[in-house]
Write a protein that binds this ligand. Sequence first.
Ligand code: IPM
Ligand code: MN
Length: 360
Amino acid sequence: MKLQIALLKGDGIGPEVTAQAVKCLQAVEETFGHEFHFKEALVGAAAMDAYGDPLPEQTLELCKKSDAVLFGAIGDPRYDNDPSAKVRPEQGLLRLRKELGLFCNIRPIKVFPTLMEKSPLKKKVIQGTDFVIYRELTGGIYFGEKSLSEDGTTATDSCTYTEAEISRIAHLAFKAAKGRRKKVTLVDKANVLESSRLWRRVVTKIGESYPEVTLDCMFIDNAAMQLLLKPSQFDVILTENMFGDILSDEGSAVGGSIGLLPSASTGEHHALFEPVHGSYPQAAGKDIANPIASILSAAMLLDHFKLDEESRAVVIAVLKSIKKGVVSPDLSTSSKYGTSHIGDFISGNIRDSDEYLILN
Ligand code: IPM
Ligand code: MN
């Protein structure tokens, strides 16, 4: 298969982790006989430094004409600590999601058996955790009207959803549940928010056309608690933009490190793959960042193009690095392996097809 992949490495550890994912995709390309073309463009603070814009026109154009986008991370402390900053790196990612119509953000959370002791939760609590968050990504409070009164004492962010926005992601969540444990949990705040009540009505109606899937509705406050009490009860969590943002970071702690979590953001015409973690500026350039989330995002990219065997080869190569202890310091305090070495090890595993067949 021929694929053009836009590389938006972004800020902080983005460039170093994305470079490892590229190594793995190149290993897939060679081992399975595909043709992947990578083209880089700037985004986030890196793009602001160069062009004064977190999403320059040429970056957006490149993404639009590529088959997929592999994204690193975004964010820079120079802007985090400046509440008066008019332009922020994060706006680049938000605009990109909107412009590419990436309304469906998919974040799988699975506990790796060999990493159970990394979790702050007890083994018996996290055992069997395997769920996926379907987070609405282009609506809600993130994109609602914002205002600040002239005297700066009153601020507003409004949350709006339409039936059409809810319905298109709900169908995807139910379809995903059909291929899994057949349960959708809609997370909302329908006891307080009008927009949540619309979510409930629309999703309940759609649920009737998926009789094999059970629909549960749960308030966000309870869901945040249930995720720590019994994460294994979840299969597909369907939720709006901000609740999904919060729950996915919480969910990542269940597995022990946010450095493991990949994500896919899809729409009608485009798809973007990125780690759930941020730019982790304290670690930038130190060769200590965990490249696994980025590498698993590359595996999700392969899945998206139905390259199942290829994606599996990447996942197995990652599992092997974990099993052999070739991991970054967030997973092992005694780790002597750098980001780049881990990328070499995992891409080497992909090339070594005999070995992953044995591991199967
Ligand atoms: C995420 C991030 C983004 C979000 C930020 C960087 C805008 O936290 O992808 O989860 O809030 O969506
Ligand atoms: Mn987030």
